[in-house]
Ligand binder design. Structure first.
Ligand code: AP5
Length: 184
């Protein structure tokens, strides 16, 4: 099994662990946040549209992100697997992904739910200080996570695809739990 989706609140460690798992499994790490930030830095039309939402901690509209994911998952390096980090983030995005994977004949996936409490993720993000890591923006990201993204936990649990990993441990402990979960 080499197709993974990382779920979890902002600051849970999705990017950190997805990168490690990607190296370990020799598959690409596809972070929608990173793709959007690169587009923003390159001042592309997508980046300019996304900035308005990202600066406020809001979700970028589904159609923009879905086009981006469709394009990325159609590239050659995704043939033998991939890790999606930050997508899907809404039930509509999950439904889109399910159709896309059907179309690409990539049906088997495992969903990793990396969980950590709000106070822990808040202090991690304040310490990191990315542009969208200001306290009020983090609060908004957490609200949106709860309202729009957390329902995906049930969505994937019902489909028996979910694995829960405790993100409130040292990075090394999280990695150990993750590697054991993905190899079982
Ligand atoms: P995105 O970049 O996906 O941000 P996020 O989900 O808020 O996630 P973060 O990158 O903040 O946290 P993470 O869980 O990856 O943790 P990390 O490993 O970085 O999205 C940004 C924005 O893009 C969104 O707000 C939205 O606007 C837009 N967007 C993206 N995808 C979208 C989509 N699908 N639909 C619509 N809009 C979308 O770690 C965080 C910090 O904690 C680091 O400093 C790290 O070193 C540290 N850390 C990690 N693990 C540990 C640990 N175990 N112990 C201590 N410190 C740790």
């Amino acid at each position: 099994m080499t197709r993974f989706i990382f779920l979890g609140p902002p600051g849970a460690g999705k990017g950190t662990q997805a990168e490690i798992l990607a190296d370990y499994s020799h598959i690409p790490h596809i972070s929608t946040g990173d793709i959007l930030r690169a587009a923003l830095q390159g001042q592309t039309p997508l980046g300019m549209k996304a900035q308005f939402y990202m600066d406020k901690g809001e979700l970028v509209p589904d159609d923009l992100v879905q086009d981006m994911v469709r394009e990325r998952l159609s590239q050659d390096d995704t043939k033998y697997g991939w890790i999606l980090d930050g997508f899907p983030r809404t039930v509509l995005q999950a439904a889109f992904l399910s159709l896309l994977l059907d179309e690409l004949d990539q049906l088997q996936v495992k969903v990793i739910n990396l969980d950590a409490p709000d106070n822990v993720v808040m202090s991690r993000l304040l310490e990191r200080g990315r542009k969208d890591d200001a306290e009020d923006v983090i609060r908004r990201r957490l609200e949106i996570y709860r309202s729009d993204t957390a329902p995906l936990i049930d969505y994937y649990q019902q489909r028996k695809l979910l694995v829960v990993i405790n993100g409130n441990q040292t990075p090394e402990e999280v990695t150990a739990e993750l590697k054991s979960a993905v190899s079982s």
